[in-house]
Write a protein that binds this ligand. Structure first.
Ligand code: CA
Length: 230
């Protein structure tokens, strides 16, 4: 079965060019030229990858990327006409998987699409629910047995540390605010506040990171929250 790709792009000639090249590589491709309908289809239908323009009528690509990330892990490649946008994408911590600046060569786009699909497939397989194991680089989590190994060595985790790590690792590339993490991991009536999240992240990093001041797994997105990197 071929992979389904959604292109959200208002410049028809670009959308058609991208579509043609991707179809030549046997992808199933649909295009949307409006931000609102694009976002709607991105969320309601199943896609293997989304190619997203930033400047769109009705709803812009920044907002669309944010909404997709809040709901799904579908790979997103952003295409933008402005080099300045690259800084903005980073600054916002939108969780886009890749970005390309226009004009780009269509064959380069196809190569990147293939690379992201392959990476995403590996990720899905490693996170398969049947064995309930999450394996990302040197980190291995057994959700059922509630055990964690770092480079083959088992590490002790408290209940909340385990819940927080597993939650983040099960939603890789998704940026969560401290408030969202607190709501998801702690009961509403539990004692504590969002500072608890910071303390727990610190303890988890001490256990899983080689250098917790330069984390490879749980990344701090300044002013936003945290993201588990894959
Ligand atoms: Ca545009």
């Amino acid at each position: 079965m071929s992979s389904r790709i959604l292109i959200i792009e208002d410049e028809e000639s670009i959308a058609e060019l991208e579509k043609d090249y991707l179809e030549l590589s046997d992808f199933e491709v649909e295009t949307e030229n409006n931000g609102r309908t694009g976002l709607d289809r991105a969320l309601k239908e199943e896609w293997d990858l989304i190619i997203l323009d930033l400047m769109l009528p009705d709803v812009d690509g920044f907002k669309i990327c944010e909404e997709i990330r809040a709901a799904k892990n579908t790979p997103v490649i952003i295409v933008s006409a402005k080099k300045d946008d690259v800084d903005k994408i980073h600054g916002l911590g939108l969780g886009a998987d890749d970005y390309m600046t226009k004009p780009f060569s269509p064959s380069e786009l196809v190569a990147r699409v293939k690379a992201h699909l392959a990476r995403y497939e590996r990720l899905i397989k490693s996170g398969m629910p049947e064995n309930d194991m999450v394996e990302i680089r040197g980190l291995k989590i057994d959700k059922t047995a509630r055990r964690v190994w770092v480079n083959g060595e088992e590490k002790p985790f408290t209940t909340k540390e385990f819940d927080l790590l597993t939650f983040l690792a099960s939603h890789p590339n998704h940026v969560y605010s401290k408030e969202e993490l607190f709501r998801n991991i702690w009961d509403m009536d539990s004692i504590g506040d969002i500072a608890t999240v910071t303390v727990h992240i610190k303890k988890i990093r001490e256990k899983i990171e080689i250098d917790s001041s330069n984390p490879q797994y749980i990344e701090t997105i300044w002013g936003v929250g945290y993201r588990f990197r894959i």
